[in-house]
Design a binder for this molecule. Structure first.
Ligand code: TYD
Length: 213
């Protein structure tokens, strides 16, 4: 099992805060940790991110999918693979499960269409996560948190502004994905307070990677 941990969930689920806490925890144990995110954590990827999320363009669903995958391949080759090869932990904010939830399910491109699954695998360049943490929170609560962030000046992306029904489809897809892959994906109850959620995250990491710590 590799030391790539992906953090997934609807917008506003709190995964980014928890990713930083998990990184601090691992570093505190003397581990090397690389934190990263999608889309946009390479110079080329940042250009793709702007195309995807700034709201200047509204890509058709097919283009949207291909751009997320282009970002991923660059990200894997430039950052994730080298970090894993140097025996670092890689904590990644969103990965293939987001594409499944947002593009294949919510954009209705076809959740089980085999050629699309092949494309998702292709973009991973052979690197699938050792562990995926799914931050499960209701869309209602997630939207409440997003609203709070917007009030404190954080700019919403094109996808944040999608209809509630879109975010409901995203949420249902994450749940379905979890049910299909309970071995790789661990459910975190993200409705709890920050410290409790952090405790759940640490406990799952210890359970899954006891051999490496
Ligand atoms: P971002 O501002 O990075 O926020 P978040 O903290 O929610 O991750 O926004 C990334 C957006 O891109 C988010 O709405 C999810 C979406 N996304 C996809 O639609 N497909 C993907 O494959 C990925 C990686 C992200």
């Amino acid at each position: 099992m590799n030391k790539l941990i992906t953090f997934e969930g609807v917008d506003g689920c709190g995964k980014s805060t928890q990713l930083n806490h998990a990184a601090e925890y691992l570093r505190g144990l003397g581990e090397n940790v690389v934190t990263t995110f999608e889309p946009g954590d390479t110079p080329l990827g940042m250009e793709i991110r702007k195309l995807l999320l700034a709201g200047v363009y509204v890509p058709v669903p097919e283009t949207e999918l291909l751009l997320f995958l282009a970002d991923r391949a660059q990200h894997v080759r430039d950052i994730i693979q080298p970090a894993l090869e140097s025996d670092s932990w890689v904590l990644c904010d969103r990965y293939t499960d987001s594409t499944l939830a947002y593009q294949l399910a919510a954009r209705k491109l076809g959740e089980s269409a085999a050629p699309l699954r092949d494309m998702l695998n292709f973009a991973e360049c052979g690197v699938s996560p050792g562990l995926t943490l799914w931050f499960d929170v209701s869309v209602k609560e997630a939207m409440r948190r997003m609203k709070k962030r917007a009030e404190s000046g954080e700019k919403a992306t094109r996808l944040d502004e999608e209809a509630v029904s879109f975010h409901e489809r995203v949420s249902a897809a994450f749940e379905q994905q979890f049910e299909l892959e309970t071995k790789r994906i661990s459910r975190i109850d993200a409705a709890q307070g920050i410290d409790d959620v952090g405790e759940q995250v640490r406990s799952v990491i210890e359970q899954k990677f006891g051999w490496a710590l």
